[in-house]
Design a protein around this ligand. Structure first.
Ligand SMILES: O=C1O[C@H](COP(=O)(O)O)[C@@H](O)[C@H](O)[C@H]1O
Length: 260
């Protein structure tokens, strides 16, 4: 487990641009060291903002996109191409405009595919895909992703692990179907905390006033069942990337601010 490190940017635009630059460097370094890189994408406003910033960055061409494996931390269990799918939004924001190898883009199954209506079976299939990609050096049934990104929800959810729902308590399976999510749609697929913790680096993204309470709770010693973001950490680094609005309710000891 790596203790959280915080980086606070002035506003969400700067946070997205700086995180895009950070991601480019990480991917380029991983490709230089190992030939390939693996990144886990997140959905939501902050995740899509980051992808849009990456698409707009001239430095994006430093990445060899054909040697990048992309995975998702969660997905809304909806038909292929649905505008609310995280996969659809990521393709529009970035993926359709770079030269990815389609065989390395590992979208989570859609609700109208071979697992029609069965999110649990779809989750098991994604777990098998992850296990097939893991090598002996990964030391487990999922790859040691270079960077795994998670948007933090206003209720402290990450991926589709919502407070108090069974998925956040999962300790054995790497991917689960989520039922009854409080944020629409109710049926989802999600990596679990053990899968998230297999990543070398976990980056939590929180921008905007509506994330301030969640960031404050998760970084104040809350339990992971009540505040799933508190249970998300990487093997070698856990990085919280915030804007000033989202950092406004962090404990002073973590993020000192001049008193008003
Ligand atoms: O539904 C989801 O929400 C979270 C957070 O989204 P945000 O819009 O509040 O930033 C996201 O990280 C997750 O991938 C997504 O499925």
């Amino acid at each position: 487990m790596s203790a959280p490190q915080l980086v606070v940017h002035r506003d969400k635009e700067l946070m997205a641009q700086a995180t895009a630059a950070r991601l480019i460097t990480e991917v380029v370094d991983a490709q230089a060291a190992r030939g390939t890189a693996s990144v886990v994408l997140t959905g939501g406003r902050n995740g899509n903002g980051l992808l849009a910033a990456l698409a707009a960055s001239p430095a994006r061409d430093a990445i060899d996109w054909s040697r990048l494996d992309l995975w998702w931390g969660d997905e809304r269990f909806l038909p292929e191409g649905d505008p609310e799918r995280n996969d659809t939004q990521a393709r529009e924001a970035l993926l359709d405009s770079v030269g990815l190898d389609p065989s390395r883009v590992h979208a989570m199954p859609a609700s109208d595919g071979p697992y029609a209506g069965d999110a649990d079976a779809a989750a098991a299939a994604y777990a098998s895909e992850l296990a097939a990609a893991a090598g002996p050096e990964d030391d487990g049934p999922v790859p040691a992703f270079d960077v795994l990104m998670l948007g933090v929800g206003p209720d402290t959810h990450v991926a589709s692990l919502f407070p108090e729902l069974p998925a956040v308590r999962e300790t054995e399976r790497m991917v689960v179907g989520v039922h009854g999510a409080p944020k629409p749609p109710p049926t989802r697929i999600s990596l679990t905390l053990p899968a998230i913790r297999a990543a070398r680096e976990v980056w939590l993204l929180a921008a905007g006033e509506d994330k301030a309470e969640a960031a404050g709770i998760a970084l104040s010693g809350a339990g992971e069942v009540q505040a799933p973001a508190a249970g998300a950490y990487g093997r070698s680094r856990t990085l919280w990337l915030l804007d000033a609005a989202a950092a406004s309710r962090l404990p002073q000891a973590l993020y000192p601010r001049a008193s008003a």
